[in-house]
Design a protein around this ligand. Sequence first.
Ligand code: X2W
Length: 287
Amino acid sequence: MKTQKMNANWHETARTLSEALPYMQRYSGATVVVKFGGNAMGDAEAMATFARDIVLMKQVGVNPVVVHGGGPMINEMLDKLGIKSEFVRGKRVTDKATVQVVEMVLTGLVNKRIVQAIMDEGGRAVGLSGKDDDLMVCEADDPELGWVGRPVEMNVQVLRDMMDAGIIPVVAPVATGRLSEETFNVNGDTAAGAIAGALKAARLLLLTDVSGVKNAADEVLTALTPEDVRSMTEEGVIAGGMIPKTETALKALEEGVRGVVILDGRVSNACLLELFTAHGAGSLIRE
Ligand code: X2W
């Protein structure tokens, strides 16, 4: 026989679950694109927590699509190979040798690490890149950047097929071009925005290593409109590495994504906090 002492924490856990019901109902059947940046990946435990959040989303009827980055992992491999690399306006200048390393690291090491983490938590994940089924077809973004791609054609049926089959797609931001044998390196945020736009996702979550969009007084804003973003950018309050993220957000909203959230992926259970609690996380941008 067993006896059980009631612990206040268990009641809290049950209440948290109960309070999540309206949010679960709101997002039931919705597509949520999650950009998992290299800087948000952290250690094995952080990876496992992220994977568990994604599997929980799927379990309660949300359709997550993971699009990942891996900038720091690319840097590490380029360093080992003695290949120098630089960034212009937040994007990696990518020559032929670099794009090969980018493809190896993103579609190989990073993609499979995430797939494996999701499988370990009991989900079903399949990794692919923008090349698979011509998911993301690119043109050169800017001649100065070499093989950096700007998505010009999206074929997201493969993602819908996977979601319908109960599979969580994990997408590496490497793409094909219109000509044969072209390989493009795509900024992870750009790729996630293009995929969310093509899927008309309910939410695009950009997981990064900052807590959100800050105002001039350095406070995180929990809600902004595209108009707020434009004026804060003109005033220089939104600057640096935040610009590619807010640009991605505005473009995704124009393409029909209902809301974009920029949030700190290092906070544990960041995705659950955002989707399933009244508290939310980070900065929500929407009309
Ligand atoms: C990125 C792709 C990876 C990425 C790169 O080469 O680093 C470009 O800059 P994070 O971790 O999300 O920064 N591509 C064109 O976006 O990784």
